[in-house]
Design a protein around this ligand. Structure first.
Ligand code: SAM
Length: 286
């Protein structure tokens, strides 16, 4: 039986570490740079302990064999970080407010937003607050449909509840805080109002592993602070899927610290982290 005192022994095996780095890359599209062993150590130790794998090679065998995606999903969840906060990279929300929302035309009565790496929902609810404010709550309730997806069910459960600590809420501009949040019943916690939560649906989806199963097309997709984990081919595949499931002139937001430069994808650069779908077959970004 393995316990905490074995951690150094398990992570001393450089060949096994290289093997797991290779497998994570091949099966998840996530590139972990050489020298990031401490990150692996930190994240994988829990998995090894909980599942009583004898060592890293034992875990690698399991990953190689995995047909169902359970172990792969758990691995991806462990390796990526869920860090997020309300109104993160707020210039994106300013752009949305001034340039995008006034020109959006509903399709089949709905304007569809997708927060594709939603984490615990702060991005989705920031979007909702902006939209409710611009459109008015009645039109918002009628027209806005927001899907939040993530690979981790744990964060999605939190997103669905929409309950956050006071510290989380401090990032929300006070006007929005007043209009769209309320005390959650226990001290130090607040909840997003039901009227915003009604517009949101949170579901688990691994962006890296399937054709996305959507019938209705999205007007705006947010996928911020996830691309950094993926290699070039995975980023391209995801962007192409985003294009396939979105409206002809859809918008895509990635982080301002990420770029689609050098990817052969039908998204044209507009502003830092902001792209618009292009039908021009000779696409490519500067
Ligand atoms: C750093 S958070 C970003 C949250 C939010 N978009 C933001 O910018 O604040 C990245 C999220 O991506 C999720 N994630 C990681 N790999 C994923 C995958 N393959 N498919 C879907 N979500 C994934 C993680 O669980 C995590 O919640």
């Amino acid at each position: 039986m393995i316990d905490n005192s074995d951690i150094d022994k398990v992570f001393k095996d450089q060949k096994a570490i290289d093997r797991i780095r290779f497998l994570i890359h091949r099966r998840l599209g996530i590139h972990i740079k050489e020298g990031k062993e401490s990150l692996l150590r930190q994240r994988l130790w829990k998995l090894i302990l909980n599942n009583e794998y004898q060592d890293l090679n034992h875990l690698c065998d399991e990953i190689e064999r995995a047909q169902d995606s359970n172990i792969l999903l758990r691995l991806a969840t462990l390796i990526s970080t869920n860090h997020t906060y309300f109104f993160r990279e707020s210039t994106h929300f300013d752009f949305l407010q001034t340039t995008i929302v006034p020109n959006l035309i509903p399709e089949n009565g709905k304007i569809r937003f997708w927060s594709a790496a939603a984490s615990s929902g702060e991005e989705a609810y920031s979007l909702c607050m902006i939209l409710a404010e611009i459109m008015g709550i009645d039109r918002f309730s009628r027209e806005v449909a927001l899907l939040g997806t993530d690979i981790s069910q744990k964060v999605l459960d939190a997103a669905e509840k929409g309950i956050y600590t006071v510290e989380n809420f401090e990032k929300i501009p006070s006007m929005y805080r007043m209009n769209y949040t309320e005390a959650a019943g226990h001290e130090g916690f607040f909840q997003i109002k039901q009227v915003l939560r009604n517009a949101c649906l949170f579901r688990r989806l691994n962006l890296n592993m399937c054709k996305y199963p959507f019938k209705q097309k999205f007007h705006v997709i947010f996928c911020r602070n996830l691309f950094i984990y993926f290699d070039h081919d995975t980023q391209e595949a995801i962007c192409n899927e985003f294009a396939r499931v979105s409206m002809p002139d859809a918008w895509l937001f990635i982080s301002q610290t990420e770029t689609l430069r050098n990817l052969n994808v039908p998204w044209k650069y507009v502003n830092p982290g902001i792209y618009r779908k292009t039908l021009n077959p000779h696409y490519g970004n500067q």
